[in-house]
Every structure is written in C-alpha cells, then in structure tokens.
Design a protein around this ligand. Structure first.
Ligand SMILES: NC(=O)c1ccc[n+]([C@@H]2O[C@H](COP(=O)([O-])OP(=O)(O)OC[C@H]3O[C@@H](n4cnc5c(N)ncnc54)[C@H](O)[C@@H]3O)[C@@H](O)[C@H]2O)c1
Length: 360
C-alpha cells in the first residue's frame, strides 16, 4: 500500500461489511484496522477483507492505529460515545444511522466535530443511489413545480431484526421508527433541501415484537433475548416550513405481501409527482414520474444507471475524497441531528397523545 493513502478503520463488523467495500474501492484510503468485541466475528471479517490490524477495544484502536477515518457501526446507544472519542482522537467519522438515541447526544456529537475540526458524516447510504440522486435533481431543478406533499414509508411484512440489540430501547433508543424511519425522513428532507419541521403528530405501536411474531430468523413465539420494549410500527404527520406536508408510515411487521420489504418516497408537486419505490433492495423499476403534456396525463419510467459505486461504498469514497480535496462530504452531523430531533418529536407526540409544536 502507498503511504500516501489515508488510513481507514471500522468499529462494529455487522453492517461494517458494507463500509469495507468503500475502503477497498476508494483510491484515497486503505482499510487499515478493524474492531469488534466478538472475537469470532473479528477474525472472520479480518480474514475475509485481509486486514492485519485487529482490535477488540475501540479505545486501543483509536489510540494506536493512527486512523484518518473510522466507521462507527455499533448499536445506536454507542454512536455518540464512540464518535466523540474518535473525533477527539483526531479521526474523521462516518457514523451509522440513527446518529444518536436522542437530540442531546446528537448535539454533543455536532459540538465535538466543530471543536476538533474533523468531519462527521452520517451513514445515509440511500442518498448514494442513482435513483435517489435522480429524484433530487428533479426536485431541485423545479420540474415538479411547487412541492405540496411528501408521502414516505418503509414497510416490512416480516422484518423485526432477529439479531443484535434492535429490540432494546436502552441499546437502540427505539424500534422501527428509529431504525427504518430515519432513512426515509432523511431522504424526504434532503430532496427538499431541509425545510424546518414545524409540527408533528404521531402514533407508534408495539404489537408483534413483544410476542415474538414476524421476526427475521426466529421461530414463531421466540422473543428476542433481553426482551422487546420498542415500537414495531408507527405513523406521523408533519407540517413543514416550505408549506408542504409530510406523512410517514413505518413498520417492521404488518400483515401484507409475504416477505415484502420496501421503502417509498413520493414527492407531489404542482407540475408532477416523482416516486422512488425500492422493493427488497432491488435496483430494477424503482422510479416513476407522473405529469401532463399538452393536456393529457403522461407516465415517465426513468432508468437509473447503477453501474457506478452505490450506497455505503459510494459514501465511504465520498468522505475519503472530501478529505483529499478539502471539500465537505455529502452528509453531515447537522443533518443527522435534524432527523434525531424529528424522531424525538415522533416519540414524544405518541407518548403524550397530541401534536408537538417545534420551537415552542
Ligand atoms: N445504513 C444502513 O442501511 C444500516 C443497515 C444495518 C444496520 N445499520 C446500523 O448499524 C449499526 C449496527 O447494526 P448491525 O446490524 O451491524 O448490528 P450487529 O449487532 O450485527 O453488529 C454490531 C457489532 O458491534 C459489535 N459491538 C457491540 N458493542 C461493541 C463494543 N463496545 N466494542 C466493539 N464492538 C462492539 C458487536 O459485537 C457486533 O458485531 C446500528 O446503528 C444500525 O442502525 C445501518
């Protein structure tokens, strides 16, 4: 490896695998070190990706590995602690979503990035898909006219994660809303250049998880170790400062098309409606644009080009390139904090049973 390459590392080797591809593909960075407290996972991962420097303790890694970038791919409740430690060790951070389990932690992370002058990037990998980028170009170039409503959802028929700590409020901060909702909330706000959210009215529920139904990789009736005290679905309605409204529907589990796992972002404007609908992580047939031409309704079926790096791979490459060029990467901590504030608002509205007004 050339010594001019930036040194990258990954802490947490579950979804960390998706990050590894970016470190391998990027011409600006090498995957120098990996960390996981699970020794079997650490060994298997390091062998697969040919990484010599292995750590079971993230503090030792930050102290010894002389990293330029680290991906924090740990359970949600550890994101703030580990990201802040990395920033303070002089390392640029890619933090998995959700950024943190509450607004106070997200704010502390943003403050740490400012204090240290290091980059804090959010792992919003779905922005780095060619179809999502096309949607953004359509919105920002005004081809939809004035946006009046955004309808977003992520719905799974049987999709309560059966591994890790996703069922634990202490470890994850919440359930389906914080896990899946954060992605579609971010996509919607990013498409519109982050209009402020003014009000939120929401209701969350927990019906399948507590009784061990509709869990990935578990027998029916088998409840996740440590219990299940988070939401497995919810809906929200929001008023935005750009005059548009946003409706959200997120489920880890519902009765529906068997094995369906799909997210959808529908942006409605005075001149057209653009829809991104990704089913079961596939790339085919994800886009529609509905408009009128010469007085008749027209349906456009765009074909996005997925031959370039996508998702996590492109995201890691973006951060490495931004460090090389002295530019800002495509996501940042401030944007991560906005999503966490909205999630806090959703949970609060559901808890008190009425609308939450922001800025009051
Ligand atoms: N962006 C995406 O699309 C996406 C997809 C999946 C998961 N995620 C996020 O990634 C994070 C991790 O999720 P996952 O599915 O990989 O979970 P996981 O449970 O599969 O992996 C987490 C890993 O962290 C390790 N770990 C836990 N505490 C540790 C510590 N203190 N020190 C070192 N290692 C430790 C565990 O041993 C485990 O291997 C979560 O925040 C989740 O929301 C994001």
């Amino acid at each position: 490896m050339s010594s001019s390459l930036l040194r990258g590392g990954i802490i947490g080797l579950g979804v960390g695998k998706a990050h590894a591809k970016g470190y391998i593909s990027s011409p600006d960075v090498e995957l120098a070190a990996v960390c996981d407290m699970n020794p079997d996972r650490l060994q298997a991962f390091a062998e697969e990706w040919k990484v010599a420097e292995r750590y079971s303790d993230y503090k030792m890694m930050l102290q010894d590995a002389k990293l330029d970038i680290v991906s924090v791919c740990l359970p949600n409740a550890l994101h703030a602690e580990v990201s802040i430690a990395a920033l303070e060790a002089g390392v640029n951070v890619i933090c998995e979503k959700p950024m943190a389990v509450n607004t106070a932690e997200a704010q502390a992370m943003v403050d740490a990035a400012k204090r240290t002058g290091k980059r804090l990037m959010m792992s919003y990998n779905y922005r780095y898909r060619s179809d999502a980028q096309w949607m953004r170009r359509m919105v920002t170039t005004g081809q939809l006219g004035d946006i009046y409503h955004v309808q977003v959802s992520w719905r799974r028929e049987t999709g309560i994660p059966g591994w890790g700590l996703f069922g634990s409020k202490a470890a994850s901060g919440g359930g389906a809303l914080i896990d899946l909702g954060v992605h579609v909330i971010d996509l919607a706000l990013w498409l519109m250049d982050f209009p402020a959210v003014q009000t939120i009215s929401a209701q969350t529920r927990s019906l399948f998880g507590p009784v061990g139904r509709k869990t990935w990789g578990r027998k029916p009736g088998q409840v996740i170790e440590g219990g299940f005290d988070v939401d497995d679905g919810g809906v929200a309605f929001m008023r935005l400062a750009n005059g548009a409204s946003m409706a959200l529907n997120v489920t880890w589990a519902e009765h529906g098309q068997p094995q369906e796992d799909a997210y959808r972002v529908e942006v409605q404007g005075t001149e057209g409606t653009a829809i991104l609908h990704v089913r079961n992580y596939k790339n085919d047939d994800t886009l529609r644009f509905y408009t009128e031409m010469a007085g008749v309704p027209v349906t456009v079926v765009p074909t996005a080009n997925f031959s370039t790096p996508q998702g996590h791979e492109a995201l890691v490459m973006d951060l490495a390139k931004s460090i090389r060029n002295g530019e800002a990467p495509g996501t940042n901590g401030e944007q991560g904090q906005i999503a966490v504030e909205i999630l806090d608002g959703i949970y609060e509205s559901s808890r008190i049973g009425r609308e939450v007004v922001f800025g009051e």
